[in-house]
Design a binder for this molecule. Structure first.
Ligand code: B12
Length: 331
C-alpha cells in the first residue's frame, strides 16, 4: 500500500539558483504534472521510482525545470504520442468519435487498458481540472468533458469485460454529497481488469444504500468508498460505519484523490487506502487475499470462505422527496 503522499500546494518561493548561478525554477508536483500533462499522482510515482529527479523540501517534493526537461526528453523516444493531450482536446470539443479514436490508437500502439484509464483518460481529466482551477476553462467545459469521458470509460469497460468465474464481488461507490462518479467508474474498471466483479453504486450514495447493496451482493469480498473532495470524509465515515454494521469482517478500501487527506488517513473501519489509480487493483487484490488467509477454513476445508454478512436489520425505508416527487433511499 502506498504511503500518503506529500503536500502538492504551490511552493512558497518558486525559483532557486542552480549550481552554475543561473535560475532553475522549482516546481511542485502539481505544476510538474501540468507540464508533463499527466496526473500528479503519476509524477509522484515517477519520483518515488527514481525516474524523475526531485528533492524534498519539508513535506513537499520539488522538481527543477532542468530535471523536468531531461525527463521529458528521455520520455520522447518511448512515448511521444501525447495521448492525454489529444484526448483532452476531444473531450473539451465534446467529440466522442474523435475521443474514442485516440483511445483506440493508444490500444493499437500496444498501450495497456490500465495505461488508457490512468495515463490517458484520468490524466486528461486532471489537466482539465488544473485549467479550470487556473481560470482558463469554465465549469461548462468540465461538464462537456465529463459527458464524453463517461462514454469513453463505458466503451473501454465493455471492451475488456472478462468472461468466466470472478475472484469475488466488490461494491464501489462515492458517499453522500460526493458527486464525482467518474473516478468510481474508472477505479471499478481497473478492479474488474484484475478479475473481480464490481457492483458500481455511482456517486452521492447514502450510507444505508451502501449497507443494503453490500448485504445483497453474493460472494462479497470487499467494499470500496471513494472520495474526491476532502470535505466528504465525514460522509465516507458514515458509509464505512453502515457497511461495518452489517459486515464486520469485510475488507473496506478508501480510494480517490482525497484519500490522502490526513482526516481520511485516520478514518475508523478502513483496512486500506488506494492513493494512486495504478495501485487500485493491487490494493484490492492484496486486501482480499489477506482477508481470505486470515479467515478460518470452511467446513469443506477450504480457507478463505467469503466474509459473513449479517442481514440488514430492518427494511431500508424509502423516503419520497416532497419537492421533486422522486424517491430515494434514506441516509
Ligand atoms: C470531472 C470533474 C467534475 C465533474 C464530476 C462529474 C462526474 N460525474 O464525475 C463535475 C463538473 C460535476 C465536478 C463538480 C465539482 N468539482 Co470537480 N472535477 C472534475 C475533474 C476535472 C475530473 C475528475 C475525475 O474524474 N478525475 C479522474 C479520476 C479517474 O482520477 P482520480 O480521482 O485521481 O481517481 C483515481 C484514483 O484516485 C483512484 N480512485 C478514485 N476513486 C476511487 C474509489 C475507490 C474505492 C478506490 C479504491 C480508488 C479510487 O482510482 C482512480 C483511477 O485512476 C477533477 C480534476 C482532477 N484533478 O481530477 C475536478 C475536481 C476533482 N473537482 C473539484 C471541485 C472543486 C469541484 C466542485 C466543488 C466545483 C466544480 N468544479 O463545479 C464540484 C463538487 C461537486 C461535489 N459536491 O462533489 C476539485 C476538487 C478539489 C478538492 N480537492 O476538493 C478538482 C480537483 C478540480 C480542481 N483542480 O480544483 N467536477
Amino acid at each position: 500500500m502506498a504511503e500518503p503522499f506529500d503536500d502538492v500546494s504551490p511552493p512558497p518561493g518558486g525559483a532557486r539558483s542552480d549550481a552554475s548561478g543561473g535560475d532553475d525554477p522549482m516546481l511542485n508536483l502539481k505544476q510538474a504534472a501540468a507540464v508533463l500533462r499527466v496526473h500528479y499522482m503519476t509524477v509522484y510515482r515517477y519520483v518515488r521510482q527514481g525516474r524523475l529527479e526531485a528533492e524534498r523540501s519539508g513535506t513537499e517534493w520539488r522538481v527543477s525545470a532542468a530535471a523536468l526537461e531531461r525527463f521529458g526528453g528521455a520520455q520522447t523516444g518511448s512515448d511521444d504520442a501525447d495521448w492525454a493531450g489529444r484526448l483532452e482536446r476531444c473531450l473539451l470539443a465534446g467529440d466522442e468519435v474523435a475521443a474514442w479514436r485516440v483511445v483506440e490508437s493508444a490500444l493499437a500502439a500496444a498501450r495497456t487498458p490500465e495505461f488508457c484509464y490512468v495515463d490517458v483518460v484520468a490524466a486528461a481529466l486532471a489537466s482539465i481540472g488544473f485549467r479550470w482551477e487556473a481560470g482558463s476553462l469554465d465549469v461548462a467545459d468540465q461538464y462537456v468533458a465529463t459527458a464524453v469521458a463517461s462514454r469513453i470509460v463505458a466503451r473501454l469497460g465493455a471492451r475488456f469485460r472478462r468472461p468466466g468465474r470472478s475472484k469475488g464481488s466488490v461494491v464501489f461507490g462515492a458517499p453522500s454529497g460526493e458527486h464525482h462518479s467518474l473516478p468510481i467508474s474508472i477505479a471499478a474498471d481497473l478492479v474488474r481488469l484484475a478479475g473481480f466483479d464490481v457492483l458500481e453504486l455511482g456517486a452521492n450514495v447514502p450510507p444505508a444504500a451502501f449497507a443494503t447493496a453490500s448485504a445483497r451482493t453474493p460472494r462479497l469480498v470487499a467494499v470500496g468508498v471513494g472520495i474526491t473532495c476532502a470535505e466528504r470524509v465525514p460522509a465516507a465515515q458514515a458509509a464505512v460505519d453502515a457497511v461495518r454494521a452489517i459486515a464486520e469482517a469485510v475488507p473496506i478500501v478508501l480510494g480517490g484523490s482525497a484519500a490522502w487527506d490526513p482526516l481520511a488517513a485516520s478514518m475508523r473501519g478502513v483496512d486500506a487506502w488506494a492513493l494512486d489509480g495504478r495501485e487500485v487493483a493491487a490494493v484490492v487484490t492484496t486486501l482480499v487475499g489477506r482477508a481470505a488467509n486470515d479467515r478460518p477454513a470452511s467446513r469443506t476445508g477450504q480457507a478463505g470462505a467469503p466474509p459473513r454478512i449479517r442481514a440488514v436489520p430492518t427494511p431500508i425505508p424509502l423516503a419520497r422527496d416532497a419537492t421533486t416527487g422522486s424517491s430515494q433511499l434514506e441516509a
